[in-house]
Write a protein that binds this ligand. Structure first.
Ligand code: FES
Length: 657
């Protein structure tokens, strides 16, 4: 620890801490604009200047590392004068007529800094250029007239999303933020994650759907978990008048550190599916609105007499999944109780975990891995925020070996892309092991005796040349910190011996040893892991069941499921939105969406977090868990499942914490 003095107060902070962060940790606020805690210090705006004893001129505190015995002043008259001058320059350079700006009135960091310095006007004649306003993007607008060129957006695009769409064009007073080669933002390589908007300190980047809806001080902020996919990003749900105004990434989130993807940030608040607001029953071939009493009684009467096949969405909470399993499997003794994902992303992994409990590691390992073998995972599409970690690390020099029969966005950035024939992954992995053994690059020997035969077989089965197999094997074996990531392309094969082969490869190259478990599957939806731990993962193959009960919640419905469900003699759908599935149902039970309910989720690397209720559901809509409990009650059954026990009945592939 290093000792410094700020404004006469003694402070200790670790080596490498900047003066600005050391001050903040001691509760001393230094004005700042270009600095952001999740971005690399830039030192552009100079608002954070401080006086350091022994230094000739004031210096930016956001880029200055502390050193032993430093004596710092942050609020001298000279500093205040300089800050006022800096702010005056900023206000004069562009159009900052605050009353017209959507962030004016407490949400603008520039305006707030001016109030802090007690500015009432700026003494410099404005002399701004007219910049075009770019409204081509579906989710946000870019107004360079409000920009202070702090480059937070440029850094967020590069450092949080690893995307490099935004940059600065022109020079001096004409400098402006542009997308790619100065093309409209809506036509650019922007991946619509919204990180740039979240870090903008002024109204230069504004969210189209929440602009002019409310100042932050009037919004209720509810910390929760995104249920968009198994990454499980920490989010802040911004609510006003029982309406989700916008979603923000939580800077304190242990998985995402503020980053979010398009789906999590924008699709959740721009869902244009038609909401179900009343129970429906098929009468004379047509769905008619009915009371909850009528709908629930009809369902319970049917289920009391007939065999039931039951499916639940893996977007539902662990509490709901446990109650679902309890009702259909334990109480009604249904033979077919599963999830909508049917174990595709988890079943083979869960089977392997029976003998290798906790064999998977943490997503964070991607941050330090120098070589990653990614197989069967279109991570930039299916788990975008995990994809950000890939892209960030790639920019820092990580080697990526991408294996997928189909084209994926990782192909463009991979050091080596292998396109094996579909279903030949096992042979390929065994060949990689064989090359590594043959070239004596093993960190742990697998005692492979048939190396040449394996390689020959793989060349024939995968269609990949021996040269490419050798290249991939060498890259992985030479890594200091290797990692293996696999997705649905692998797990959909439902073959635990393939998982075992990948695990052995990880052991062989040192990705798994006494200190690390650098192997991870991406899973699927937000609660795939909970469903797997509860055993809700068998294929949905009805075998004469007379009733099918599908608790789809606010999930999307695949065509394949609609086709399978169409064969059911009596279909009950518990859903939030109209779909092809509800159209063919005999009874539809309207239920709450993600923001209207609470419950626990386990993400892809075992973090158990609670998603909070942020708004109330429409009047005649019920909570997913309540519907199951009420149905059980009407059947004179008591649901007594304990979700925390339910997820510990099986060995987990990831350590739960
Ligand atoms: Fe330090 Fe901008 S906050 S220079």
């Amino acid at each position: 620890m290093i000792e410094i003095t700020i404004n006469g107060k003694k402070i200790s902070a670790p080596k490498g801490t900047t003066v600005l962060r050391a001050a903040e940790s001691a509760g001393i606020q230094i004005p700042k604009l270009c600095d952001h805690k999740e971005l690399t210090p830039y030192g552009g705006c100079r608002l954070c200047i401080v006086e350091v004893k022994g230094m000739r001129v004031p210096i930016a505190s956001c880029t200055l590392p502390i050193s032993e015995g430093m004596e710092i002043e942050t609020e001298t008259e000279a500093l205040k004068k300089s800050r006022k001058f800096i702010l005056s320059m900023l206000f004069s350079e562009r159009n900052h007529f605050c009353p017209f700006c959507q962030v004016s009135g407490g949400d603008c960091e520039l305006q707030n800094a001016a109030y802090r310095e007690e500015m009432t006007h700026w003494p410099i004649q404005p002399g701004w250029n007219d910049f075009p306003v770019d409204t081509s993007h579906p989710y946000f607008a870019l107004d360079n007239n409000r920009c202070i060129l702090c480059r937070r957006c440029v850094r967020a695009c590069a450092e949080m999303a690893g995307n490099f769409t935004l940059s600065v064009a022109e020079r001096g007073a004409k400098s402006m933020i542009v997308a790619d080669t100065d093309i409209p933002l809506g036509e650019s390589t922007c991946i619509k994650c919204g990180s740039c908007v979240q870090v903008c300190p002024t109204g230069a980047l504004i969210d189209r759907t929440s602009a002019y809806q409310s100042h932050d001080k009037n919004l209720q902020e509810i910390k929760s978990v995104c249920v968009g996919c198994s990454v499980g990003c920490s989010i802040k749900i911004m609510v006003r008048d029982n309406r989700v105004v916008r979603i923000e990434g939580d800077w304190d989130g242990s998985v995402n550190h503020g980053a979010m993807c398009e789906h999590g940030r924008y699709h959740t608040t721009n869902d244009n599916r038609v909401r179900l607001t009343t129970p429906l029953m098929k009468k004379n071939g047509k769905l008619e609105p009915v009371s909850w009493d009528e709908a629930l009684n009809a369902v319970q009467e049917k289920m009391a007499k007939e065999s039931v096949a039951a499916l639940a969405s893996t977007r539902l909470s662990a509490e709901t999944l446990a109650a679902f399993k309890d009702l259909f499997e334990s109480k009604l003794h249904s033979k077919l109780v599963t999830s909508i994902e049917e174990g595709v992303p988890t079943a083979a992994v869960a089977k392997f975990a029976e003998t290798h409990e906790g064999f998977e590691g943490k997503l964070d390992a991607l941050k330090t891995a120098d070589t990653v073998l990614c197989i069967g995972a279109n991570v930039n599409r299916s788990h975008m925020v995990a994809g950000f970690l890939f892209k960030r690390n790639l920019n820092a020099g990580m080697n990526l070996i991408n294996i997928d029969p189909d084209e994926t966005t990782l192909d463009e950035v991979a050091r080596l892309s292998l396109k094996p024939k579909a279903g030949s992954d096992h042979s390929l992995i065994l060949a990689l092991q064989a090359v590594i053994a043959k070239e004596e690059l093993e960190r742990k020997s697998l005692n492979i005796k048939d190396a040449d035969a394996r390689i020959k077989k793989a060349v024939a089965e995968t269609g990949i040349s021996e040269a490419d197999l050798t290249k991939a094997a060498r890259m992985l074996a030479h890594a200091v910190s290797p990692m293996i990531v696999f997705g649905k392309g692998v797990t959909a094969q439902r073959d635990e011996t393939l998982i075992e082969a990948l695990y052995q490869l990880a052991v062989q190259v040192g990705a798994v040893d006494d200190e690390r478990n650098n192997i991870l599957s991406l899973k699927g939806e937000s609660n795939s892991q909970s469903a797997a731990l509860m055993g809700l993962e068998q294929p949905f193959n009805p075998n004469g069941e007379k009733v099918t009960y599908i608790a789809v919640g606010d999930d999307y419905v695949a065509k394949k499921l609609v086709e399978k469900a169409a064969k059911s003699p009596y279909l009950v759908v518990q859903a939030s939105y109209e779909s092809k599935l509800t159209e063919q149902a005999d009874v539809v039970l309207p239920v709450s969406i993600w923001a209207e309910q609470e419950g626990h989720y386990i993400n892809l690397d075992g973090r158990m977090r609670k998603a909070e209720k942020a708004i109330n559901a429409p009047e005649n809509v019920r909570d997913n868990l309540d519907v199951l409990t009420e149905l059980a009650k009407r059947m004179k059954l008591t649901l007594d499942a304990d979700w925390e026990k339910a997820i510990r009945e099986r060995r987990s592939s990831v350590a739960l914490n």
